[in-house]
Design a protein around this ligand. Sequence first.
Ligand code: CA
Length: 433
Amino acid sequence: MPLSANNPDRKSWLHVDKNSDFPIQNIPFGVFLTRDDIITIGTRIGDTAIDLGALHQLGYFEGIPLTDDIFLQDTLNDFIADGRKTWRLVRNRIAQIFDEENESLKGNLKHKETVLFRLDEIEMQLPVQIGDYTDFYSSIEHATNVGTMFRDPDNALLPNWLHIPVGYHGRSSSIIPSGIPVHRPQGQTLPAGATEPVFGPSKLVDFELEMAFITTDANDLGEPIPLEEAEEYIFGLVLFNDWSARDIQKWEYVPLGPFLAKSFASSISPWIVTLDALEPYRVESPKPIKKQLSYLQQKGKKSFDINLEVSIQPEKAKETIVSRSNFKHMYWSMAQQLTHHTINGCPINSGDMMGSGTISGPTPDSYGSMLELSWRGEKPVKLNNGTERKFIQDFDTVIMRGYCEKDGTRIGFGEVKTQLLPVFKPKKTNKPV
Ligand code: CA
């Protein structure tokens, strides 16, 4: 099916700023609460949010096989489960409806009043109910930096790393949309030189610059997904800040890997940009350093050129960009990750989320975590307001942004913006003891 929604020459009758992440070629999907307190599935063009539930009720998706309530839901899971053919039909139709040449909705004031919202009239929600969340570790630069710091600079990569897209199963219950603050976690750490652990607030709270992809129902128990089919099951991507407590991580991660240092929170951008919208930005993955086993060998362009940046904004101060990276640096592609994930027959469901792992580039200004940017705290990062950061301080806000750009068309993800609050303190209550 042609991706007519991607036509770079199309213009919308809705206003779109020149540098907007959301031109008519993007058409992402999200879930929002409207000014009337109704939850609905929607899309966005420029700074206008579009209620797809209302559009469907008004008959604008006629001819596309959709259930009546497909967009009147508080998650995208059912729509995503409808599969790639339906996603494409719906995106193509939305592009038609908002094409500057099309008068059907443009000329209907009453319908426009029902369907269109300013961004300040809506509140973005988590777009999917995330059943399972897996986080990979697929940037060779990140894995090398961490291995150099914590183990051995001469053998920074563990022996399996060039053969396996290394990952672990995370918690989905603490994945939150942009705008929800996060408390500094408490836990066990082993102070330098000590032999016994102590309990208290993490002193080394960090971000991880990642992207995450969201899947549709892909396979039955026992059924592996071949690499050449894997992308059919990827609905789209979001920006992903995988909050990490480095001191808790260091003490707890042996031998089974990350646990409480990661599961206190991960933040995502609320608009899912479809894999279809990213088609024009395909690039080849880095060349494999070691021959990969045949089920992981890939041909063609399986990576995407997505510019990424991270800012830190201290309380009552302007933000400072502390890192600029790119998704194309990922050594293992999403297709390889999904193929490897299912090679043992593990089922993948609609609404599952897979994190890329920290996306560090080759240069020190492109590292994707404070652990690397400040090199364990040895090189503090200077902010515009004259202060320095080794890790994230209470009341700092971390902002991640991402976009693709080619031949004058820009497809972006918006942002994921999260403030770090001090350790959670229970409110005083009058409950009897
Ligand atoms: Ca991570």
